[in-house]
Ligand binder design. Sequence first.
Ligand SMILES: [Zn+2]
Length: 64
Amino acid sequence: MSEERKLICSKCGAELVKRQVMFSYMRRTFGHEVPVCPKCGKAYISRELAEGKMAEVEVLLEDK
Ligand SMILES: [Zn+2]
């Protein structure tokens, strides 16, 4: 589905690797695979992903 694109850390210039990262939002925690810099550990989270996940979490909260 999604095309694999090489992402480079703007800080160290290292190639980002896919890692399972835990997010917490509104006291809920969820995991998602995102590109992470192996050097500085900075996770690259696209706006689309962030907004998509937030929307998902908000739906879950409303559904309770
Ligand atoms: Zn980095």
